[in-house]
Design a protein around this ligand. Sequence first.
Ligand SMILES: [Fe+2]
Length: 313
Amino acid sequence: MEIKAVKFRKDGFYSQPFAFGGEDGMDKYDKNVRYRGSLQNYLIDTGSEVILVDTGFTADVPVEIPNEESLAFTGEAISDYMTAFKALGYKPEQVTKILLTHRHSDHSGSIGLFPNAKIYVNAHELGAEELKGLDNLVPVEFTDGAYYNFPESQTIMDGIHFIKAEGHTRGNSIIVVEKDGLFYMLHGDITYVDEALYENKQSVVFDDLPAARETLDRVREFVKNHPTVYCGTHTPQGYESLEANRVMDLNNPVPTVFAEVNFSAREASGKYICSICGYVYDPAEHDGVAFEDLPDDWRCPRCKQPKEKFNPA
Ligand SMILES: [Fe+2]
């Protein structure tokens, strides 16, 4: 059994108000403190099956241009998710199972591109906009009972457990892989950055805050009592821990390396992206007409949204 990170964005950041401010309020924290960000999902090669934990953005999701006020930046593109997946040496047809931590598009975007995969998802996530039109969903009902201090779980196969961990979204789940005496916790946004786990802080993104608090308490309890490699989606510490088989020790935090962001290095390209459907307006494809010079009643040719729904890229 091998676990690999599928890395597709790097050099992003999460500000302290975003990463810590869910319970105390964002104004308690300093927006100039920025923790390193990245985007990666995970792949489990069991030797006989290829299993994905989440499936990135679709290729057409643009990279944002952050400024000093930005609370979060998902990072520069390394490649799109599918290119990153294929670069690990796999073909989409080989994937037999996708274990979805939650519905958000940075975790589920490319989910429809694996023709032979069954998609395991917490039944509470069914009906989500992001999962519409998929006919290969397997609702997980958590019929196997407790997994250590987590009350509800389901064993997907020997050593791979799907654990109810709600709060960030209504149907959030954690995947734990047992390997060589360690517990690899592959999670979708229990925390955005590992510093929030050490500091016991909730991010500002949640559907159900009391449930998210209960989940964070259970995760910290689990990590205290079991040698856990804590693999997040939005911080380089996720894949750094995986690649070093580094066990999370809440009493001895890995020292924080703050993100360095050169905002002036990110010049606008002149392209604009529809925040609703991802359509890219490129002046080069429109006789050089700048987006700013389009008439006020111009609308997205794909989804008919007005100009103000577009962001610079
Ligand atoms: Fe996420």
